[in-house]
Design a protein around this ligand. Structure first.
Ligand SMILES: Cc1cc2nc3c(=O)[nH]c(=O)nc-3n(C[C@H](O)[C@H](O)[C@H](O)COP(=O)(O)OP(=O)(O)OC[C@H]3O[C@@H](n4cnc5c(N)ncnc54)[C@H](O)[C@@H]3O)c2cc1C
Length: 264
């Protein structure tokens, strides 16, 4: 597949990025070119995109890029991927994207070749590091790894943080360069289906909640995120100390605007 949406098709579309206002206010529209696209682990693809606008792009760790990955009739299909890294000097944006099976985002990423282009806007997203928190606790499936690593990578060197990270198999574990006070606990499903809350819920149930006012961050499948919120509520963690974002819904494609479908 060359470009995500050929120019002739794009001209016919309801252009979702024609007016960057409301939730899109403050974003920058770019035609991004694929600079690199290669497997990072068995189920994770590392996509590197470039565009001149990246030289001036600013973002907060945890924010994402929205890509126009396909069209459905005259309606553009968008998908969101967290910014793993941005090198403004080289104008390179790195995304780590799960290879989960099938879907318009998955198909585009799987086939994207160096030199292909894709329309996108950034930065999007409202979940940020709570910089005043005494400690940080993260729980995510593989779709949230980029967010967890971008956010923990931005913490002060003396920050106290722990992350529970579910991945398909042990070979999907990564060794990111993070400040010393951050502990990573990997939970490999080894054949169990994605989107089952049991393992992460058990980990959060048993997790140490240090003294002081901490902050918990949850990313991943919609019902998993909901179940994890319930675990935290039952443990007495106030809602304002939890930032949660559903990234996808088990058995249901995300909506055309990139969020999990409402009943996921
Ligand atoms: C703010 C935000 C940031 C995100 N950041 C990232 C990121 O950095 N990296 C990343 O990989 N994803 C990220 N996601 C999730 C990603 O956008 C979704 O997984 C999306 O569904 C992928 O689109 P698709 O077209 O490939 O699949 P869809 O068309 O949406 O879904 C097709 C089928 O695949 C299943 N499916 C979708 N995603 C997964 C998955 N991860 N695991 C197992 N089954 C799945 C669905 O249940 C459905 O049955 C983010 C989502 C949001 C909202």
């Amino acid at each position: 597949m060359p470009d995500s949406v050929p120019a002739a098709t794009a001209a016919q579309l309801d252009d979702p990025f024609a007016e960057l206002r409301g939730p899109l206010a403050g974003t920058v529209r770019m035609r991004l070119e694929v600079a690199d696209n290669a497997p990072l682990t068995p189920h994770m693809q590392r996509l590197v995109l470039t565009a001149p606008e990246l030289a001036d792009l600013t973002y907060r760790p945890g924010q994402d890029v929205m890509l126009l990955v396909a069209v459905d009739g005259n309606r553009p299909v968008r998908r969101r991927y967290t910014i793993r890294d941005l090198d403004t000097t080289r104008q390179r944006l790195t995304l780590d994207i799960v290879r989960h099976g099938d879907g318009p985002g998955e198909r585009w990423v799987r086939s994207a070749q160096r030199g292909d282009t894709i329309e996108g806007i950034a930065p999007r997203g409202k979940v940020f590091v709570a910089s005043a928190a005494d400690w940080h606790l993260f729980a995510a499936d593989e779709s949230g790894l980029a967010a967890v690593f971008a956010m923990t990578g931005s913490l002060r060197p003396d920050a106290r943080a722990a992350a529970f990270l579910e991945v398909p198999e042990a070979a999907d574990e990564q060794k990111p360069d993070l400040p010393a006070g951050i502990s990573l606990s990997w939970l490999a499903r080894e054949g169990r289906p994605a989107g089952d809350p049991a393992a992460l819920a058990a980990a959060l149930q048993a997790a140490e909640l240090p003294p002081g006012a901490g902050h918990v961050y949850l990313f991943g499948e919609a019902r998993v995120v909901l179940a994890l919120r319930e675990v935290l509520a039952a443990r007495g963690v106030p809602g304002e100390q939890v930032s949660a974002k559903a990234y996808w819904g088990r058995g249901k494609a995300n909506a055309q605007h990139g969020e999990p479908a409402r009943d996921s």
